[in-house]
Design a protein around this ligand. Structure first.
Ligand code: FAD
Length: 395
């Protein structure tokens, strides 16, 4: 019996186990996860779970019925490919096929570690620690105006906290969206009653305060750090598995790593996108849902099509539903649909007349239609495209 061992019991790991059984894999499946909790979904952590509107976000998967052995609260500390063994605190775990699905871990703020009242938001434990902080309606300083920072600020405002978001760059979502698209989002912070301070570098964090490099001192009953996430791959050092520029596992277009019978999927891995002509490292939920099907198909011995998704994600912030599909890295035109000062609008990116990415704020239909148009590589008419009253699919 072939033994598949999956490391990481987040979305990508769990979906790999599910997809293996769906695709009829008859061998043994072991899912190893460092966290002690029943495997759970992360997006609700910065939304319903944080606000106490949902107790848990555990996946509705019956591992026993699926014949998946769960080993929770167990961290893999190394891989020895020559003997096909994984090292853990409970001894060696042998495998025939290994799937790396260890996700990402938040980047820490230098010097802030160990300071009382400083939080990250990645795990259920983090969210549970933050819930009473919201309930106490502290003054909260959020470091970083990225997706997580914005979602946390939204929840904290809803809970009645006073919120200051400090961002080193000149705008939110720097590195993710171009300046002209991020510009209208700046106003969302103020509209919700949060204060956004750009060009604000944290000099140090003290108990009860964040000190900026211009000398200003922000009182902080709690500090939430949201400055990005990195692939959780330090445990692979010395294994011979190739890592990339962001310390991610380098996978091929079938999500195979540089070692035979070792796959990588989800937030921990990058893959070459044929569609976009570059390597993508995607830190979003949909990638952790789709990738596992390709991994499972390889393992059951099929020859899957290359993994080449149109990346997709959503974010809920300041009362708005923000969705993005595609990848605008190599776009040559940016077109607006609707008024960015209004409640709903979209942005389309074209390359040589074809849609390559769409950002939709409160326009889920644009997103759904845009995603299909990106997939099919349909040529668009820019003059029609910018008319928000017209469906995107006929534009
Ligand atoms: P993870 O979810 O990180 O799971 C990896 C698991 O592996 C972890 O449980 C970890 O403990 C475990 N692990 C790590 N190292 C080891 C080891 N050595 N041994 C054993 N186990 C190990 N995406 C969206 O598209 N939309 C959203 O609205 C959205 N909201 C989010 C909100 C929050 C608060 C967070 C943190 C993320 C959000 N995301 C969202 C991103 C999305 O949740 C991730 O892309 C997704 O969880 C990736 O799944 P994964 O399984 O690859 O990694």
């Amino acid at each position: 019996r072939v033994r598949v061992v999956i490391v990481g019991a987040g979305m990508a790991g769990v979906q790999t186990a599910v997809a293996l059984r769906e695709q009829g894999f008859p061998g043994s499946v072991t899912l190893i996860g460092a966290e002690p909790h029943q495997p759970y979904d992360r997006p609700p952590l910065s939304k319903a779970v944080l606000l106490g509107k949902a107790e848990s976000s555990a996946f509705g998967v019956d591992f026993e019925t699926l014949g998946v052995q769960l080993r929770l609260g167990l961290e893999a500390t190394g891989v020895r490919p020559a003997s096909r063994e994984l090292d853990t605190a409970e001894g060696a775990v042998p495998y025939d096929v290994l799937v790396l699905a260890t996700g990402a871990e938040p980047v820490r703020l230098p010097g802030a570690e160990g300071v009382p009242g400083v939080h990250l938001l990645r795990t259920l434990d983090d969210a549970e620690r933050l819930r009473p902080v919201l309930a106490r309606q502290h003054d909260i300083v959020v470091v970083g105006a990225g997706w997580i920072g914005a979602e946390f600020a939204t929840a904290a405002r809803e809970a009645g906290c006073s919120v200051t978001v400090v961002e080193a760059a000149d705008r939110p979502l720097v590195g993710v969206l171009p300046a002209e698209v991020a510009a209208p989002m700046t106003a969302w912070y103020a509209d919700s009653g949060a204060s956004l301070r750009t060009h604000a570098r944290v000099e140090r964090v003290e108990p009860g305060a964040v000190v900026l490099d211009d000398g200003s001192r922000l009182p902080a009953g709690a500090v939430v750090v949201g400055i990005g996430a990195r692939p959780a791959t330090s445990w692979l050092a010395g294994s011979g598995i190739e890592l990339g520029a962001h310390r991610e596992v380098v996978a091929d277009d079938h999500l195979r790593t540089s070692l035979p019978d070792v796959y990588a999927v989800g937030d921990c891995a990058s893959f070459p996108s044929g569609r976009y002509g570059e390597r993508l490292l995607v830190h979003h939920w949909d990638n952790a849902l789709q990738g596992p099907r390709t991994v499972a198909a390889n393992i059951v011995g099929e020859t899957p099509a290359p993994y080449d998704p149109v990346p997709y994600f959503w974010s809920e912030q300041f009362g708005r539903f923000v969705q993005y599909a595609g990848h605008h890295g190599a776009a040559d035109a940016l077109l607006w649909r609707g008024d960015p000062a209004g409640p709903s609008w979209s942005v389309c990116w074209l390359r040589e007349g074809r849609l390559v990415a769409v950002l939709a704020v409160g326009r889920p239909r644009d997103l759904a239609q845009g995603r299909r148009l990106i997939e099919s590589g349909t040529r668009m008419d820019p003059a029609l495209l910018t008319d928000p009253s017209r469906p995107l699919k006929t534009a």
